[in-house]
Design a protein around this ligand. Structure first.
Ligand code: DGL
Length: 189
């Protein structure tokens, strides 16, 4: 299926990382990006709230006659994609934390950490991913409360990097000096 009009949804600017990848790989299409910056971050929001907001964004994208909708947001994917597929007759593609890296990484010495939002961490879908790819809980999971918002503030020039750096350092401090060799980014921000 070659998609010529692709809708992209995130809570804020995080999804732009996936749009950049699509453009860098010369995937020719018309892109329609929509996000809910009035309510970012989603990481602390309820599933019902996220579903309601995302349904509104899907309706806006359908007005643009997109062929496919990319949920460029781990939090939205694990919390809403199943319900979106039930309520809309439309192809959706999502993104989920790459836990299977544990099994794909060939390096002998590997201590893997994964950062993600709280709403991703608490979701049933993420728990299923852990059961499927990491039933021994070898990957250290770190739900972060503020990271997405800090990146959103920096990325939209509301705050300079100097203003957010110390808070980002604080968010990541539980990972410091623990010997982690790999970090999985389970959030598009
Ligand atoms: N960028 C999103 C993700 O991949 C959500 C961040 C947020 O709004 O909390 O989870």
């Amino acid at each position: 299926m070659s998609c010529k009009r692709i809708g992209i949804i995130d809570s804020g600017i995080g999804g732009l990382t996936l749009l950049k990848e699509l453009l860098d790989h010369n995937y020719a299409a018309e892109y329609f990006y929509i996000c809910d910056q009035a309510n970012v971050p989603y990481g602390g929001k309820s599933q019902d709230f996220m579903l309601s907001q995302t349904q509104k964004m899907v309706k806006r994208l359908k007005e643009k006659n997109v062929d496919l909708i990319l949920l460029a947001c781990n939090t939205l994917t694990v919390n809403t994609i199943s319900k979106l597929r039930e309520s809309f007759d439309h192809p959706f593609v999502g993104i989920e934390p790459y836990l299977n890296y544990l099994n794909r990484c060939q390096e002998a010495q590997k201590q893997i950490a994964l950062i993600l939002t709280e709403a991703t961490y608490k979701s049933e879908r993420f728990s299923d991913l852990q059961t499927k790819f990491d039933h021994k809980n070898q990957v250290a999971i770190f739900p972060l409360k503020k990271m997405a918002m800090l990146i959103e503030a920096w990325g939209t020039a509301k705050k300079s990097f100097n203003e957010v750096e110390s808070e980002i350092q604080l968010e990541l401090s539980p990972l410091k000096n623990k010997g982690y060799t790999h970090l999985i980014l389970g959030c598009t921000h």
